[in-house]
Write a protein that binds this ligand. Sequence first.
Ligand SMILES: *[C@@H]1O[C@H](CO)[C@@H](O)[C@H](O)[C@H]1NC(C)=O
Length: 363
Amino acid sequence: MDLVSILTVLLVAATSAVNACPPSDRAALLAFRAALHEPYLGIFNSWTGNDCCHNWYGVSCDPMTRRVADINLRGESEDPIFEKAHRTGFMTGSISPAICRLNRLSSIIIADWKGISGEIPRCITRLPFLRILDLIGNKISGDIPADIGNLRRLTVLNVADNLISGTIPPSIAGLSSLMHLDLRNNRISGEVPRDIGRLTMLSRALLSRNQLTGPIPSSISNIYRLADLDLSLNKISGPLPDVFRKMPVLATLNLDCNKISGNLPPSIINSGISILNLSQNAIGGKIPDAFGPRSYFTALDLSHNNLKGSIPKSIAMASFIGHLDLSHNHLCGPIPAGSPFDHLEASSFLYNDCLCGKPLRAC
Ligand SMILES: *[C@@H]1O[C@H](CO)[C@@H](O)[C@H](O)[C@H]1NC(C)=O
């Protein structure tokens, strides 16, 4: 070989070495893959060759450092690989702690594979750059790592639709960047951490279908970006905190199927909340006479409680009530007339003590 050829070969080798992922990242990915079994689609068939940054399905790297930055493996996707197979993904096995050797990871999305079991590797709390942890729709068990609060950059924590047990670690309140928390449909017990209000970036807190007990922490009023709070289908008890005036963007509040008692705070009726479900609790007292122009409900469900007295006249002042359910309470007296009511059917008012007037029988 002449000198020019040798130099060319060296140059090509050097360039590809610079562009390839580090062998340690490649080895960590292969160890991660070894703990998983994906029988139908062959998504891991692309994980060959030295450069794990190039065409490895679901892997992407930082273009500057060539370190693995994202693992994005979704079992439900419109990727051609799924269309060709005419099926959604299925994978068994577990998430190997080898994933933690990829210490430049910014996102871990291993979602909707239905069969991945085992625990969340404890070591993930030592991934300093992690922003997204999305493990929805698997069979992951064990608890949320106690020191999850170390992940100061975490914006999304989604472990919904798994078999997670244990309690919500108090350290979660230290996730100062968290915007989206989804723990729905697991087996999580214990109380919502009292200082959850420290999560001031949070906009969605979805905790329904667990076994949570104790009260709704009044510190939630500090989360002024909170738009969606879902604690439905738990064992939450105690009264509703009177904090809703302080929560300017709260639009959806689902607390149905709990053990909430006490009275309805007036602020819940005349805030910006547009979907309010308090069905199947033990809420007593009267419906506050506090409806006004800010009351705009696409759905207002107060059914299956212990509400007494009459339907307040101010309810006719609401700007809009799309779906109303006051059934299964102890309400009495005439149903107010007014535009929010014109379209409602009898089912909205059935099973009370003595409600009357349109759409029920005349008073
Ligand atoms: C409110 O919650 C109850 C119980 O979970 C459910 O049956 C009902 O459909 C919900 N109401 C609305 C309007 O979504």
